[in-house]
Design a protein around this ligand. Structure first.
Ligand SMILES: [Zn+2]
Length: 99
């Protein structure tokens, strides 16, 4: 997804969420979703893009990079939503849809 088309995707997602009464939360572009363990919260210092799966050195769980990131993005979206319920607008570039 290029930066340009992601902006259009986000705009359409906002429209569809509003149409269906859903909440859309955007999380920060630098939120470390890939290198943070979604089970225990351990954060790796670095994680190369070529690494598609990894084992958490803290709790030992094996992660698929993208599934782990998706879990972290959903959790972060829920956290932001619970802190800002009823307010509109969040700065960020990555979107998480929370029912
Ligand atoms: Zn862990």
């Amino acid at each position: 997804v290029t930066d340009a088309s992601f902006g259009e995707f986000a705009r359409l997602l906002e429209y569809k969420c509003a149409e269906r009464g859903r909440s859309l939360v955007k999380i920060g572009r630098f939120y470390p979703s890939s290198k943070t363990c979604s089970v225990c919260g351990h954060r790796l210092d670095a994680l190369s893009l070529s690494v598609r799966s990894w084992d958490c050195p803290s709790c030992g769980v094996h992660h698929d990079r993208d599934v782990n990131a998706a879990r972290n993005i959903l959790a972060e979206g829920k956290r932001i939503l619970s802190n800002t319920e009823g307010t509109a607008g969040h700065a960020g570039t990555v979107a998480a849809v929370v029912a």
